[in-house]
Design a protein around this ligand. Structure first.
Ligand code: ADP
Length: 260
């Protein structure tokens, strides 16, 4: 049986802070065994869009990925962010290899169907989206794959996909072949019972407790889709799912999800 794979997902705030990002990269390079990194985008792409005079497209409060936005996020996520992460990991001694979903057909998505809202060039992931053979090949070659959230549809169209969704899909797909741990890393120490109290980390979170916290509004905003993804991954065979601080991945404080 292959060694346990540790998948880390970073997003939002940390990507905008070079000092924090290098701290995370150095810590990731120290994690023993096979690793894989999935990253979202920071505020950089939004800033560049604003500088270029491309106004954010919002429909019913939802952000739309139009053609101009797709070009910029592709340049930013698949280019600058991905290559800086790869270079940082190389400097820290880990042989990282950066990929978009199009590279090696790593992640094939389907453009989200137009319903009440046309989200534009946004890709959802079907059950067979992840090229597990490619990722296993890279892991067996002791490479550390670094996946950005740009996918493709197999017909030449690049798509913008949620990075938490990619991390979950990759974890679930590879869990059919080996034990997988999935680590969602962000700027707090875990899921907080009180979002304004940094010390209120819930060490073990069950689905029932999550439902209660969500109904009470104690878990909200970006944490809701993140935990929906996280519990879905746990149900689908991922051995361990953790929500933790990107700056403290080697420390014990974190939220571990429990099946019951
Ligand atoms: P990412 O950093 O991966 O982009 P998001 O911004 O989408 O993450 O989601 C994380 C956010 O969820 C946190 O920044 C935090 O403000 C918010 N949040 C809401 N409720 C909670 C909670 N109970 N515990 C921790 N974070 C929470």
């Amino acid at each position: 049986m292959a060694e346990t794979l540790k998948i880390f997902k970073i997003g939002g705030a940390i990507l905008d802070e070079p000092a924090q990002l290098s701290h995370f990269v150095a810590a990731l390079a120290q994690v023993p065994g096979p690793r894989l990194l999935v990253h979202g985008g920071g505020r950089g792409a939004s800033q560049l869009l604003a500088q270029l005079g491309i106004a954010p497209q919002l429909v019913q409060g939802r952000r739309i990925t139009d053609a101009a936005t797709l070009d910029i996020v592709t340049m930013f996520y698949a280019g600058k962010t991905n290559k800086h992460l790869v270079a940082g990991l190389q400097a820290a001694g880990a042989n990282a290899l950066g990929l978009s979903g199009a590279d090696g057909n790593a992640i094939r998505a389907v453009r989200r169907p137009v319903g009440a809202i046309d989200y534009g060039f946004v890709g959802d992931l079907p059950a067979d989206a992840v090229n597990t053979g490619l990722l296993e090949l890279l892991l067996r070659a002791d490479l550390l794959p670094v996946l950005c959230a740009i996918t493709h549809d197999g017909h030449g169209q690049l798509l913008n996909t949620n990075a938490d969704t990619i991390a979950s899909a990759v974890a679930v797909a590879l869990a059919a072949r080996r034990a997988v741990e999935l680590h969602f890393c962000f700027e707090k120490d875990g899921v907080l019972a009180d979002v304004n109290d940094e010390s209120s980390v819930i060490e073990r979170l069950t689905a029932a407790e999550y439902a209660r916290l969500k109904a009470a509004g104690a878990v909200a905003a970006g944490m809701v889709p993140k935990l929906d993804n996280a519990f879905a991954a746990l149900e689908a065979g991922v051995e361990r799912v953790v929500i933790e601080n990107a700056l403290r991945i080697n420390e014990p404080v974190k939220t571990v999800l429990c099946r019951s």
